[in-house]
Design a protein around this ligand. Sequence first.
Ligand code: ACO
Length: 432
Amino acid sequence: MTAKYQLIQKDREQEGIDLDVIQPVVGPPAVDVTRLYRDQGLLTYDPGFMSTASCQSSITYIDGEAGVLEYRGYPIEQLAKEADYLEVVFLLLYGELPNRTQLHEFDDIITHHTMLNERLKEFFGGFHYDAHPMAIMVGVVGSLSAFYHDSLDINSPRHREISAHRLIAKIPTIAAASYKHNVGEPIVYPDNELSYCGNLLHMMFATPCEPYHPNPIAVEAMNLLFILHADHEQNASTSTVRLAGSSLANPFACIAAGIASLWGPAHGGANEAVLEMLTEIGDVSNIDKYIAKAKDKNDPFRLMGFGHRVYKNYDPRANILREMCKKVLTELADNNNPLFELALKLEEIALEDEYFVKRKLYPNVDFYSGIIYRALNIPNNMFTVMFAIARTVGWVSHWMEMMSDPLQRIGRPRQVYTGPPRRDFVSLNRRS
Ligand code: ACO
């Protein structure tokens, strides 16, 4: 549905430009500026994309002011309470919740695609023993395109679906293998008897000499974390996947690009940064000093796990995770670990501090996810990898949506040039 919007140019007060307005199902309308450059020679300027809708999408809806997050129309609170992660994966990929038969079939497909090609395993040996698992993820996921020539026709909906299944199924196996490489243990094969999250824990913590039985609370916590992290509309990594995909790159390369973008501490790397920050703070007695550092504009220190680009009142995912965090800390964690006491105290102080309250800087999903992962004995450098596993379905769903859109074109932002104006070349012997 479109309506007309008038843009009045400052230097031509009398003349207006008619622009279409796109009305979404819910959320703010979007002024369609696609013809602005062609018709008027004007660009729009929006660093950080504060006011730019880069695409139309029917996957996820966020209202940052109201703290609303919905996947395909279903509120995150209901999905978190009722659903299994694979149900949510199906929902994001196909647009509807599966019935019992569809879920059974989908579970079967994912379960039977978890193994890696044996040659792929050799790639892990090429990485230094202490390589960051995210570095391994970027490399190994990108290399999947070298193994699946049978389904790389991005113009074929069936090939795209096969690639989606392979990515969702194999990412946990690659992630667990990255961890095993890091700790110097042999890679553990998937166990088809286990759930998606149970199998991931098994592949991470079982060894050939000792079986591992995933703790049901750990599986429940991971299922919840994965649902909450499954998609978040056009964030940095998803936009990266879309931009990479817009040049018609293969899906494995696109997801590798998304993983690279997620790694940054301002995005998915924040959960790892939260634990590093807590370790640096060290003791409850140091909190005031670090709060003061976070407020000091000349100090680059930020309170990691606080603040969000979109959620300016509260992060609904953080609200849900706070409860799970308490449950995991009570039932699984070493209660003598001073980091947990420190985290809860920091949360309490920051929630009352005027600086944070005024700027609406609340704990985000990563504040609690880092603490939960630590309580599940998952090492810090695997936190962002966990996020990447959960988000793969979001990236893949957006890539599938974009690839099936007849209007999809290569993404090509413009710029406002601020360099020197045209000048003549000066030969080397005439330069001072
Ligand atoms: N600690 C201290 N001050 C902060 C923090 C923080 N974590 N976050 C924002 N601020 C301050 C800024 O200095 C700024 O203050 P000012 O208005 O006095 O200049 C104000 O709050 C607004 O901050 P911006 O950086 O403009 O907000 P933006 O929307 O660009 O950034 C971001 C959002 C990147 C998430 C930021 O809050 C941050 O760096 N947080 C810590 C990292 C983090 O936890 N990231 C995870 C996000 S969730 C996710 O990706 C799944």
